[in-house]
Design a binder for this molecule. Structure first.
Ligand code: NAD
Length: 407
């Protein structure tokens, strides 16, 4: 049998990924239930690759340390070597990391996103037959959210009510800029830039074109926050110009195409955030990709995840230019740690996104096809089994094994 040297993922001159047949991909086990779901996930991903490509392709998994495991071994929750490796190897699958509460401890997840400039949080939301959902027709939901990951109110620039800083700022605003803010107010700042908004929307439009998605909707609250959220919308229409006639606005759709989008083009829509929350309940089939600032995206991701059955099946990715970390949307659920009990679906689907990011769509497809078959057979972990009449409850690892059987 020929031996394949694992190779580092690099970049092509145009910025796209250069992936060999045997790329090194990093993994972070994570805290709490992280090791359980990682143990269930890795065999599923390897089986999907083997089934799709035989021995021709394979992932060389390489562990990097973060969280409690890193602390025990190195004395640091996020060792410098881990950050260096993530920069160098570019693609990683990550289990959830516990954020110790209090003590000025910054979330490792937030630190990773900021240090590596993973500026887009991508969350696909689709319905898998068999998953209990509060919607009447959950199968109509098939959306991908591109949430800006680096700025907006998440920049953490805020001051407590009655603090010296808040008072000084309020005095400045009232005296110099003609505001009339109550002296006792707390103050938070919402910075949003053209650069960060545009690169996020650009990534969303590229994705929409590559994946033949019918539309991208700019979700914003520009009627109230004109110069931040309103600007986000305007910058979106400006970015669209970079794509020439491959992106058409809704206005053009009616003025030039009789309301029918020509094949292969993406329709650019914009909706106020409050309205879009209604629309994704009432007319979900009209929305494919959503691009939105940080806070809106946070709300919308969880709301949509609930519409298709909750966090157990909600994958995600934090993506920058030539660097990406794929991760489950849920946390480390520490009370179930080591019990081989929780649902590995979210991490497995994040792994499927990773395969797609490598361009290994055939392997990802095998996972997407196997999942509904397993659920249709009434096989589920405790979280879904308790909602499915007549279901057979299986462990975390057995759920993974069942997926492999159905590929
Ligand atoms: P959590 O997501 O861990 O748990 C919330 C609920 O969902 C719990 O009832 C839990 O049992 C359930 N749950 C979570 N994962 C599940 C799975 N795979 N299958 C079935 N049920 C599952 O959220 P939390 O309790 O708020 O947070 C626990 C820790 O995780 C905290 O330290 C938090 O900071 C951290 N966290 C990390 C991430 C991340 O790594 N990206 C995200 C969220 C929270």
């Amino acid at each position: 049998m020929p031996h394949h040297e694992p190779e580092k993922i690099t970049l092509n001159p145009d910025g796209s990924l250069k992936v060999s047949e045997h790329p090194v991909v990093l993994f972070i086990e994570g805290d709490g239930t992280g090791p359980d779901i990682w143990r269930a996930t890795q065999p599923v991903l390897d089986a999907a690759v083997a089934k799709a490509y035989g021995k021709k392709r394979g992932i060389a998994w390489q562990e990097v340390l973060a969280g409690e495991k890193a602390y025990k071994r190195t004395g640091s929750y996020l060792p410098v070597e881990t950050l260096n490796d993530l920069r160098e190897y570019r693609v990683a699958l990550k289990g959830p990391l516990t954020t110790p509460i209090g003590g000025g401890f910054r979330s490792l997840n937030v630190t990773l996103r900021q240090v590596l400039d993973l500026y887009a949080c991508i969350r696909p939301v689709r319905y898998y037959k068999g998953v209990p959902s509060p919607m009447k027709e959950p199968q109509k939901i098939d959306m991908v959210i591109f949430r800006e990951n680096t700025e907006d109110v998440y920049a953490g620039v805020e001051w407590q009510a009655n603090s010296d800083e808040a008072r000084r700022l309020i005095n400045f605003l009232n005296q110099e800029l003609g505001c009339s803010i109550d002296q006792g107010a707390a103050i938070g700042i919402k910075p949003m830039t053209e650069r960060c908004s545009k690169r996020l929307i650009r990534m969303g439009l590229k994705y929409s074109l590559e994946h033949q998605r019918a539309s991208l909707t700019l979700m914003h609250k520009g009627n109230i926050m004109k110069y931040t959220e309103g600007a986000f919308q305007n910058w979106g229409y400006e970015v669209a110009l970079e794509f020439g006639d491959r992106v058409v606005s809704e206005a053009e759709l009616w003025s030039r195409h009789q309301g029918q989008a020509p094949a292969g083009k993406v329709v650019l829509k914009d909706r106020l955030a409050d309205n879009l929350f209604q629309q994704v309940l009432l007319r979900p089939e009209e929305y494919a990709v959503i691009a939105t600032p940080n806070l809106n995206g946070d709300y919308m991701s969880d709301a949509l995840a609930a519409q298709v059955g909750g966090l157990g099946m909600a994958p995600g990715a934090n993506v920058g230019d030539g660097c990406a970390i794929f991760e489950a949307t849920h946390g480390s659920a520490p009370k179930y740690a080591g019990m081989d009990k929780v649902n590995p679906g979210s991490l497995i689907l994040s792994g499927a996104m990773l395969l797609e990011y490598l361009g290994w769509n055939e392997a990802a497809q095998l996972i997407h096809q196997a999942l509904p078959k397993v659920l249709a057979a009434g096989v589920a972990t405790y979280d879904l089994a308790r909602q499915l009449p007549g279901a057979k409850e299986v462990s975390c690892s057995e759920f993974g094994q069942n997926l492999i059987k159905h590929m």
